[in-house]
Design a protein around this ligand. Sequence first.
Ligand code: TXA
Ligand code: MG
Length: 316
Amino acid sequence: MPLHRTEILAATATGIARAAQLLRDGKLVSFPTETVYGLGADARQGAAVAAIYEAKGRPSFNPLIAHVHSAEAGRRYVDWNETAEQLAQAFWPGPLTLVLPLRAGHGISPLVTAGLGTLGLRVPAHPAGQALLQALDGPVAAPSANPSGRISPTTAAHVQAGLDGRIAAILDDGACGVGLESTIVGLAGPAPMLLRPGGLAAEDIEAVLGKKLVMRDVQDPLTAPGQLLSHYAPGAPVRLNAAKAEDGELYLGFGPGGGDLNLSASADLAEAAANLFGHLHRLDALGKPIAVAPVPDHGLGEAINDRLVRAAAPRG
Ligand code: TXA
Ligand code: MG
Protein backbone atom coordinates (compact mmCIF):
# COMPACT_ATOMS: atom_id res chain seq x y z
CA MET A 1 0.00 0.00 0.00
CA PRO A 2 1.22 3.56 -0.56
CA LEU A 3 3.00 5.05 2.41
CA HIS A 4 1.71 8.24 3.98
CA ARG A 5 3.55 10.66 6.13
CA THR A 6 1.57 10.27 9.34
CA GLU A 7 0.77 13.72 10.75
CA ILE A 8 0.92 14.05 14.53
CA LEU A 9 -1.79 16.54 15.48
CA ALA A 10 -2.03 18.29 18.83
CA ALA A 11 -5.48 18.37 20.48
CA THR A 12 -5.92 22.09 19.73
CA ALA A 13 -8.74 23.69 17.73
CA THR A 14 -6.49 23.62 14.66
CA GLY A 15 -5.47 19.99 15.18
CA ILE A 16 -9.06 18.87 15.69
CA ALA A 17 -10.29 20.78 12.62
CA ARG A 18 -7.52 19.16 10.56
CA ALA A 19 -8.40 15.69 11.88
CA ALA A 20 -12.09 16.21 11.03
CA GLN A 21 -11.18 17.38 7.52
CA LEU A 22 -9.02 14.30 6.95
CA LEU A 23 -11.94 12.06 8.02
CA ARG A 24 -14.27 13.94 5.66
CA ASP A 25 -11.72 13.33 2.89
CA GLY A 26 -11.95 9.58 3.53
CA LYS A 27 -8.59 9.34 5.32
CA LEU A 28 -7.72 7.34 8.47
CA VAL A 29 -7.15 9.24 11.71
CA SER A 30 -6.23 7.73 15.06
CA PHE A 31 -7.87 9.56 17.95
CA PRO A 32 -7.93 9.21 21.73
CA THR A 33 -10.88 7.88 23.68
CA GLU A 34 -10.85 7.30 27.43
CA THR A 35 -10.49 3.54 26.78
CA VAL A 36 -7.83 3.16 24.05
CA TYR A 37 -6.80 5.03 20.89
CA GLY A 38 -9.18 4.30 18.00
CA LEU A 39 -8.34 4.02 14.30
CA GLY A 40 -11.11 6.13 12.80
CA ALA A 41 -12.75 6.43 9.40
CA ASP A 42 -16.00 8.09 8.36
CA ALA A 43 -18.49 5.22 8.89
CA ARG A 44 -20.54 6.33 5.85
CA GLN A 45 -17.63 5.95 3.41
CA GLY A 46 -17.08 2.32 2.45
CA ALA A 47 -13.64 2.86 0.92
CA ALA A 48 -12.44 4.65 4.06
CA VAL A 49 -13.75 1.82 6.28
CA ALA A 50 -12.08 -0.77 4.04
CA ALA A 51 -8.80 1.09 4.52
CA ILE A 52 -9.04 0.41 8.29
CA TYR A 53 -8.81 -3.33 7.64
CA GLU A 54 -5.90 -2.78 5.26
CA ALA A 55 -3.97 -0.59 7.74
CA LYS A 56 -4.53 -3.03 10.63
CA GLY A 57 -3.86 -6.11 8.52
CA ARG A 58 -7.08 -7.62 9.89
CA PRO A 59 -7.60 -11.16 8.65
CA SER A 60 -11.35 -10.79 8.27
CA PHE A 61 -14.08 -8.21 8.38
CA ASN A 62 -15.13 -8.02 12.03
CA PRO A 63 -17.90 -5.59 12.89
CA LEU A 64 -16.63 -2.19 14.04
CA ILE A 65 -17.97 0.21 16.66
CA ALA A 66 -19.50 3.47 15.37
CA HIS A 67 -18.54 6.44 17.55
CA VAL A 68 -20.91 9.39 17.83
CA HIS A 69 -20.89 12.56 19.95
CA SER A 70 -24.21 11.96 21.68
CA ALA A 71 -27.09 9.56 22.14
CA GLU A 72 -29.21 11.89 19.98
CA ALA A 73 -26.73 11.54 17.13
CA GLY A 74 -26.63 7.74 17.57
CA ARG A 75 -30.40 7.27 17.55
CA ARG A 76 -30.51 8.16 13.84
CA TYR A 77 -28.82 4.88 12.98
CA VAL A 78 -30.52 2.31 15.22
CA ASP A 79 -33.86 1.22 16.63
CA TRP A 80 -33.57 2.75 20.08
CA ASN A 81 -35.28 1.13 23.06
CA GLU A 82 -35.96 1.74 26.74
CA THR A 83 -32.96 -0.23 27.99
CA ALA A 84 -30.69 1.70 25.64
CA GLU A 85 -32.11 4.94 27.01
CA GLN A 86 -31.56 3.79 30.59
CA LEU A 87 -27.94 2.75 29.98
CA ALA A 88 -27.15 5.80 27.84
CA GLN A 89 -28.49 8.10 30.57
CA ALA A 90 -26.39 6.35 33.18
CA PHE A 91 -23.11 5.77 31.32
CA TRP A 92 -22.77 7.94 28.19
CA PRO A 93 -20.43 9.52 27.47
CA GLY A 94 -18.26 6.67 28.74
CA PRO A 95 -16.64 3.27 28.22
CA LEU A 96 -19.84 1.47 27.14
CA THR A 97 -20.83 0.21 23.66
CA LEU A 98 -24.46 -0.70 22.94
CA VAL A 99 -25.35 -3.11 20.12
CA LEU A 100 -28.77 -2.29 18.64
CA PRO A 101 -30.77 -3.21 15.51
CA LEU A 102 -29.86 -1.10 12.48
CA ARG A 103 -32.51 1.28 11.33
CA ALA A 104 -33.64 1.48 7.69
CA GLY A 105 -31.92 4.23 5.71
CA HIS A 106 -29.12 4.46 8.26
CA GLY A 107 -26.37 5.35 5.76
CA ILE A 108 -23.69 3.36 7.60
CA SER A 109 -21.39 1.34 5.31
CA PRO A 110 -22.15 -2.40 5.52
CA LEU A 111 -18.42 -2.89 6.06
CA VAL A 112 -18.87 -1.36 9.53
CA THR A 113 -21.40 -3.97 10.58
CA ALA A 114 -19.80 -6.81 8.59
CA GLY A 115 -23.24 -7.35 7.09
CA LEU A 116 -24.94 -7.93 10.48
CA GLY A 117 -28.33 -6.38 11.13
CA THR A 118 -27.01 -4.64 14.22
CA LEU A 119 -24.66 -1.74 15.01
CA GLY A 120 -22.30 -1.21 17.94
CA LEU A 121 -22.64 2.42 19.10
CA ARG A 122 -20.41 4.30 21.51
CA VAL A 123 -20.28 7.86 22.86
CA PRO A 124 -16.75 8.34 24.21
CA ALA A 125 -16.04 10.76 27.05
CA HIS A 126 -12.52 11.83 26.10
CA PRO A 127 -12.53 15.61 25.45
CA ALA A 128 -10.37 15.45 22.30
CA GLY A 129 -12.30 12.45 20.91
CA GLN A 130 -15.58 14.26 21.68
CA ALA A 131 -14.36 17.45 20.02
CA LEU A 132 -13.41 15.50 16.90
CA LEU A 133 -16.83 13.79 16.72
CA GLN A 134 -18.55 17.14 17.12
CA ALA A 135 -16.37 18.76 14.45
CA LEU A 136 -17.17 15.97 11.98
CA ASP A 137 -20.78 15.68 13.17
CA GLY A 138 -20.96 12.18 11.74
CA PRO A 139 -20.35 8.58 12.77
CA VAL A 140 -16.73 7.38 13.03
CA ALA A 141 -16.02 3.67 12.70
CA ALA A 142 -13.03 2.78 14.83
CA PRO A 143 -11.40 -0.37 16.11
CA SER A 144 -8.45 -0.05 18.46
CA ALA A 145 -5.49 1.52 16.61
CA ASN A 146 -3.11 -1.45 16.67
CA PRO A 147 -2.02 -3.89 13.99
CA SER A 148 -4.32 -6.93 14.09
CA GLY A 149 -3.66 -9.27 17.02
CA ARG A 150 -1.29 -6.91 18.83
CA ILE A 151 -1.70 -5.06 22.13
CA SER A 152 -4.17 -2.15 22.09
CA PRO A 153 -2.63 1.36 22.18
CA THR A 154 -3.10 3.65 25.16
CA THR A 155 -0.72 6.40 23.97
CA ALA A 156 -0.07 8.12 20.62
CA ALA A 157 3.45 6.63 20.73
CA HIS A 158 1.95 3.11 20.78
CA VAL A 159 -0.15 4.01 17.73
CA GLN A 160 2.86 5.43 15.94
CA ALA A 161 4.95 2.34 16.72
CA GLY A 162 2.31 0.08 15.14
CA LEU A 163 0.83 2.12 12.30
CA ASP A 164 3.25 4.91 11.33
CA GLY A 165 3.17 5.48 7.58
CA ARG A 166 -0.07 3.49 7.21
CA ILE A 167 -2.51 6.18 8.39
CA ALA A 168 -2.97 9.88 7.65
CA ALA A 169 -2.78 11.28 11.18
CA ILE A 170 -2.76 10.71 14.93
CA LEU A 171 -4.58 13.14 17.19
CA ASP A 172 -2.30 13.06 20.24
CA ASP A 173 -3.74 13.87 23.64
CA GLY A 174 -1.64 11.82 26.02
CA ALA A 175 -2.46 8.56 27.77
CA CYS A 176 -5.96 7.04 27.95
CA GLY A 177 -7.45 7.17 31.44
CA VAL A 178 -9.40 3.88 31.49
CA GLY A 179 -6.94 1.80 29.46
CA LEU A 180 -9.27 -1.11 28.57
CA GLU A 181 -11.67 -1.26 25.63
CA SER A 182 -15.32 -0.45 26.24
CA THR A 183 -17.73 -2.93 27.76
CA ILE A 184 -20.09 -4.16 25.01
CA VAL A 185 -23.74 -4.87 25.83
CA GLY A 186 -26.05 -6.43 23.23
CA LEU A 187 -29.57 -4.96 23.24
CA ALA A 188 -30.84 -6.52 20.01
CA GLY A 189 -32.01 -9.76 21.62
CA PRO A 190 -34.61 -10.70 24.22
CA ALA A 191 -32.40 -9.74 27.21
CA PRO A 192 -29.36 -7.46 27.70
CA MET A 193 -26.23 -9.53 27.01
CA LEU A 194 -22.61 -8.91 28.03
CA LEU A 195 -20.77 -9.34 24.70
CA ARG A 196 -17.36 -8.19 25.97
CA PRO A 197 -16.22 -7.24 29.47
CA GLY A 198 -14.41 -3.90 29.43
CA GLY A 199 -13.74 -0.56 31.06
CA LEU A 200 -17.15 -0.34 32.72
CA ALA A 201 -17.69 -3.09 35.31
CA ALA A 202 -20.61 -5.45 34.57
CA GLU A 203 -21.76 -5.02 38.19
CA ASP A 204 -22.28 -1.28 37.58
CA ILE A 205 -24.47 -2.00 34.56
CA GLU A 206 -26.44 -4.64 36.47
CA ALA A 207 -27.03 -2.16 39.29
CA VAL A 208 -28.71 0.25 36.86
CA LEU A 209 -30.70 -2.49 35.10
CA GLY A 210 -31.74 -4.08 38.39
CA LYS A 211 -30.92 -7.53 36.95
CA LYS A 212 -28.06 -9.72 35.79
CA LEU A 213 -26.67 -9.45 32.27
CA VAL A 214 -26.95 -12.59 30.16
CA MET A 215 -23.48 -13.97 29.31
CA ARG A 216 -22.62 -14.32 25.64
CA ASP A 217 -22.22 -17.77 24.17
CA VAL A 218 -18.59 -17.92 23.03
CA GLN A 219 -19.49 -20.57 20.43
CA ASP A 220 -22.08 -18.34 18.78
CA PRO A 221 -20.59 -16.24 15.95
CA LEU A 222 -23.61 -13.93 16.06
CA THR A 223 -23.26 -12.94 19.69
CA ALA A 224 -19.45 -12.93 19.62
CA PRO A 225 -18.33 -11.95 16.13
CA GLY A 226 -14.62 -11.45 15.73
CA GLN A 227 -13.75 -12.42 19.27
CA LEU A 228 -10.57 -14.27 18.34
CA LEU A 229 -9.08 -15.93 21.39
CA SER A 230 -5.48 -14.98 20.62
CA HIS A 231 -5.63 -11.21 20.62
CA TYR A 232 -3.90 -8.38 22.46
CA ALA A 233 -0.81 -10.56 22.19
CA PRO A 234 2.75 -9.55 23.03
CA GLY A 235 5.46 -11.17 20.87
CA ALA A 236 6.81 -13.25 23.77
CA PRO A 237 4.95 -16.02 25.66
CA VAL A 238 2.77 -14.95 28.58
CA ARG A 239 2.19 -17.11 31.70
CA LEU A 240 -0.75 -16.25 33.98
CA ASN A 241 -1.47 -16.56 37.72
CA ALA A 242 2.24 -16.74 38.44
CA ALA A 243 3.26 -16.31 42.08
CA LYS A 244 6.74 -15.27 40.90
CA ALA A 245 8.95 -15.16 37.81
CA GLU A 246 10.98 -18.23 36.80
CA ASP A 247 14.51 -17.87 35.41
CA GLY A 248 14.55 -15.68 32.29
CA GLU A 249 11.01 -14.37 32.77
CA LEU A 250 9.92 -10.81 33.43
CA TYR A 251 7.33 -10.37 36.17
CA LEU A 252 4.23 -8.21 35.84
CA GLY A 253 3.06 -7.76 39.42
CA PHE A 254 -0.25 -6.84 41.02
CA GLY A 255 -0.49 -5.62 44.61
CA PRO A 256 2.36 -5.43 47.13
CA GLY A 257 5.39 -7.48 46.18
CA GLY A 258 6.77 -5.56 43.24
CA GLY A 259 7.70 -7.08 39.89
CA ASP A 260 9.63 -5.71 36.93
CA LEU A 261 6.51 -3.61 36.47
CA ASN A 262 3.44 -3.56 38.70
CA LEU A 263 -0.15 -3.07 37.50
CA SER A 264 -1.08 -1.50 40.83
CA ALA A 265 1.01 -1.74 43.99
CA SER A 266 -2.10 -0.83 46.02
CA ALA A 267 -4.17 -3.55 44.25
CA ASP A 268 -6.47 -0.92 42.72
CA LEU A 269 -8.27 -2.48 39.72
CA ALA A 270 -8.93 0.83 37.93
CA GLU A 271 -5.24 1.70 38.15
CA ALA A 272 -4.36 -1.80 36.94
CA ALA A 273 -6.71 -1.44 33.95
CA ALA A 274 -5.16 1.90 33.01
CA ASN A 275 -1.65 0.38 33.21
CA LEU A 276 -2.35 -3.00 31.59
CA PHE A 277 -1.61 -2.39 27.89
CA GLY A 278 1.16 0.15 28.52
CA HIS A 279 2.99 -2.26 30.84
CA LEU A 280 2.56 -5.14 28.37
CA HIS A 281 3.99 -2.90 25.62
CA ARG A 282 7.01 -2.04 27.78
CA LEU A 283 7.73 -5.63 28.85
CA ASP A 284 7.15 -6.89 25.30
CA ALA A 285 9.84 -4.49 24.03
CA LEU A 286 12.37 -6.37 26.23
CA GLY A 287 11.70 -9.56 24.24
CA LYS A 288 11.50 -12.04 27.16
CA PRO A 289 8.67 -14.31 28.40
CA ILE A 290 6.29 -12.54 30.77
CA ALA A 291 4.87 -14.02 33.99
CA VAL A 292 1.80 -12.24 35.35
CA ALA A 293 0.60 -12.13 38.96
CA PRO A 294 -2.98 -13.26 39.71
CA VAL A 295 -5.59 -10.48 39.38
CA PRO A 296 -8.91 -10.79 41.27
CA ASP A 297 -11.83 -11.55 38.95
CA HIS A 298 -14.43 -9.04 40.19
CA GLY A 299 -15.30 -5.56 38.89
CA LEU A 300 -12.76 -4.37 36.28
CA GLY A 301 -10.72 -7.49 37.09
CA GLU A 302 -13.09 -9.45 34.84
CA ALA A 303 -12.04 -7.40 31.78
CA ILE A 304 -8.36 -7.37 32.83
CA ASN A 305 -8.38 -11.18 33.09
CA ASP A 306 -10.22 -11.47 29.74
CA ARG A 307 -7.41 -9.49 28.06
CA LEU A 308 -4.69 -11.43 29.92
CA VAL A 309 -6.17 -14.80 28.86
CA ARG A 310 -6.11 -13.59 25.25
CA ALA A 311 -2.54 -12.33 25.61
CA ALA A 312 -1.51 -15.77 26.88
CA ALA A 313 -3.53 -17.83 24.36
CA PRO A 314 -1.76 -19.99 21.75
CA ARG A 315 -1.08 -17.88 18.66
CA GLY A 316 -3.22 -18.73 15.68
O1 TXA B 1 -13.06 0.95 23.67
C1 TXA B 1 -13.35 0.47 22.57
O2 TXA B 1 -14.37 -0.20 22.39
C2 TXA B 1 -12.38 0.74 21.41
C3 TXA B 1 -12.40 2.26 21.18
C4 TXA B 1 -11.56 2.66 20.00
O3 TXA B 1 -13.72 2.70 21.04
N1 TXA B 1 -12.76 0.03 20.23
C5 TXA B 1 -12.62 -1.31 20.10
O4 TXA B 1 -12.93 -1.78 18.83
O5 TXA B 1 -12.23 -2.03 20.97
P1 TXA B 1 -12.52 -3.23 18.31
O6 TXA B 1 -12.83 -3.24 16.83
O7 TXA B 1 -11.14 -3.57 18.69
O8 TXA B 1 -13.55 -4.17 19.00
C6 TXA B 1 -14.91 -4.06 18.66
C7 TXA B 1 -15.68 -5.26 19.14
C8 TXA B 1 -15.40 -6.49 18.28
O9 TXA B 1 -14.91 -7.54 19.09
C9 TXA B 1 -16.74 -6.86 17.70
O10 TXA B 1 -16.94 -8.22 17.75
C10 TXA B 1 -17.74 -6.09 18.57
O11 TXA B 1 -17.06 -4.97 19.01
N2 TXA B 1 -18.88 -5.61 17.79
C11 TXA B 1 -18.96 -4.52 17.00
N3 TXA B 1 -20.15 -4.43 16.39
C12 TXA B 1 -20.87 -5.48 16.82
C13 TXA B 1 -22.18 -5.97 16.55
N4 TXA B 1 -22.99 -5.36 15.69
N5 TXA B 1 -22.57 -7.09 17.18
C14 TXA B 1 -21.75 -7.73 18.04
N6 TXA B 1 -20.50 -7.32 18.33
C15 TXA B 1 -20.07 -6.23 17.72
MG1 MG C 1 -9.04 -4.24 19.24
